[in-house]
Design a protein around this ligand. Structure first.
Ligand code: TXA
Ligand code: MG
Length: 306
């Protein structure tokens, strides 16, 4: 095993923080059974402690010792894990996912990521690992190790480089508390979930506990304008497809490829911010498939959802 993976495992064992590369975004990881370690995560992010964390696992067996899986939750895990889907289920072992990790809730969010580096680290420890996105609270999520380091490098004992994230947006979150509810858009679409599990509904109560539902989120310093076809002169324009704009352009996808745009989105927001324009203008992204998740993040970056 490469040295950095061993070091990451040792650091997690010791209750220290680690940058964990996943297929979605980089996580700020700590062992979920250690309240002191989990507290460091909230502090490093400046995250409100009422906002619960996702516990990442290296096996379904470990997930089932931490959470209580209904037959339908088990189908979801078997269908979509390892991968970008987070399952909220009743807590079973409250020591394995400490109160702080769950923000005191009687439920726990669990995910088995598919990134080989994340999986190798998670399979190397006997506990679950909290890993919120490694940004400071409210800012765009990091999709490279360098971006993770800029955000929370001071807080980690080990920052593991797993390359640029393939998906680029956080996992889809669904809840099995009181039925089946959809909490956060991601690469795995609502339609895919309904095909596997049957109808899924919105659940505002649970949704209120998602940071995506807090006011401005995923946001750079610069104001963001979305669905822009005629970019103002002094903006940085995040383009999707061809454009004849003559100012600063950062291309989300030249060929209107939605997966590519998602992969580039957070890095593009960061790069645009670094240019310190008066405004970041973003081209319209089709609201279909993974585009729904992109538009969700963009609306929040633009501050439209309170
Ligand atoms: O892709 C991802 O999920 C990334 C990578 C690093 O794995 N992690 C991530 O974590 O996005 P975070 O903390 O930024 O988002 C966790 C989401 C939030 O919307 C939170 O409110 C929700 O999961 N959540 C966690 N526990 C919950 C619970 N018990 N009930 C309802 N929502 C919960
Ligand atoms: Mg986040």
């Amino acid at each position: 095993m490469p040295k950095s993976l061993d070091e990451a495992i040792a650091a997690l064992n010791d209750g220290k923080l680690v940058h964990l590369p996943t297929e979605t975004v980089y996580g700020l990881a700590a062992r979920a059974d250690n309240a002191a370690a989990v507290l460091k995560v909230y502090e490093a992010k400046g995250r409100p402690s009422f906002n619960p964390l996702i516990v990442h696992v290296g096996s379904l067996e470990l997930a089932q010792t931490i959470g209580d899986f209904s037959a339908r939750a088990l189908i979801a895990a078997k269908e979509f894990w390892p991968g970008p889907l987070t399952l909220v289920v009743p807590i079973k072992d409250a020591q394995m996912a400490c109160d702080l990790a769950r923000a005191g809730l009687d439920s726990v969010a669990l995910r088995m990521p598919s990134h080989p580096v994340a999986l190798a680290i998670l399979k190397g420890v006997p506990f679950g690992v909290v890993a919120p996105s490694a940004n400071r609270s409210g800012r765009p999520s990091p999709t490279t190790q360098m971006a993770a380091f800029e955000e929370t490098g001071d807080a980690v004992a080990v920052s593991v480089d797993g390359g640029a994230c393939d998906i680029g947006l956080e996992s889809t979150v669904i809840s099995f508390m009181d039925g089946l509810h959809y909490l956060r858009d991601g690469k795995i679409s609502r339609a895919e979930i309904e095909t596997a599990l049957g109808p899924i509904s919105d659940y505002t109560d649970q949704a209120n506990r998602s940071p995506g539902r807090l006011s401005r989120h995923y946001a750079p310093e610069t104001p963001v304008l979305i669905n822009v076809t005629e970019p103002p002169k002094d903006c940085v324009y995040l383009s999707f497809g061809p454009t004849d704009f003559e100012g600063d352009i950062i291309t989300l996808s030249a060929t209107k490829n939605i997966d590519e745009a998602a992969r580039n989105l957070f890095a593009a927001l960061r790069a645009a911010d670094a240019l310190q324009p008066s405004i970041i203008a973003v081209a319209p992204i089709p609201d279909i498939g993974f585009g729904v998740a992109i538009n969700d993040r963009l609306r929040r970056a633009a501050g439209f959802i309170g």
